[in-house]
Design a protein around this ligand. Sequence first.
Ligand SMILES: [Zn+2]
Length: 222
Amino acid sequence: MAMPVKNAKITNCYKDPLCKIKYTKGYHTGVDFIGADGQYVPVCAFRDASVLKVGWDPAGWGNYIILRYAGKYDVVHAHLSKVLVSQGAAVKEGQQIGVMGTTGNSTGVHLHFEVRVAPWTNRNDINASNFLGILNQRGPVQDKPIMIPEVIFSSPGDDEMAAAYLARFLKAERRALTAPGDLANVEHAYVIGSPVKPIQNTTNIVGTDRFDTARKTLELCK
Ligand SMILES: [Zn+2]
C-alpha cells in the first residue's frame, strides 16, 4: 500500500475531537493531509484501483477524484488543484492521480481523504486512518502503513471452529466473513469454507463438506 501523500502530516483526523468546525454529519468524515515537503504536492493512488468519478463541487469538495478499491470502497480525494486521471481509468498503487490544492470549501492547501463503503452516495464513511493502517491522530504520518500479515475469515458455525484452530496456530487475527472490517492493510487472507476472496491474495480452504473443510484446515496446522 502507498500513502496518498508522501511525507504527510495530518491536520484533522477522522472524527477529530480537536476539530472546531461544525460538519453536517457532526464530525470530520475523512482525514486531512498536508505535505511536509511543500504545499502543492502530488496525490497518489494508495492501491491499484479504478477511477469511479472525477468531479467539481464548488461548495464542497472542489476538484475531486473518487477511486473504487476492491469493488467495495469508494475513496474520495478532495480540494485538488489538478486532476491527472479520467473517469473509468485504472490506476496503479503509487501512481500520481492529482495535485493537492484548496479548491471548493477549503481554507488552505490540503487533501481531504475519505473512505466510504460503496456506493459513495450512501455517505457511510469509515475510519480512513484505520483503512490506511496509520494512527488516527494529528501530526506526522509514518510512510509505511501498519500491515496485518494474515487474517483468517470464516462464517459463523462449524467453519468458525476450524478458523479458530488455524488462527491459534498461525497467531493470526480472525474475522467474520460477513463483517470483514477494513481490508486495505491486510496482506494475506485465509477463507475457511467459502470461495469468496475478500482480497486478491486469498487462500480458500473448501472441502467437499464441513468435515472435509475442517480436515483440510487442520492439515495446514502441521
Ligand atoms: Zn477534511
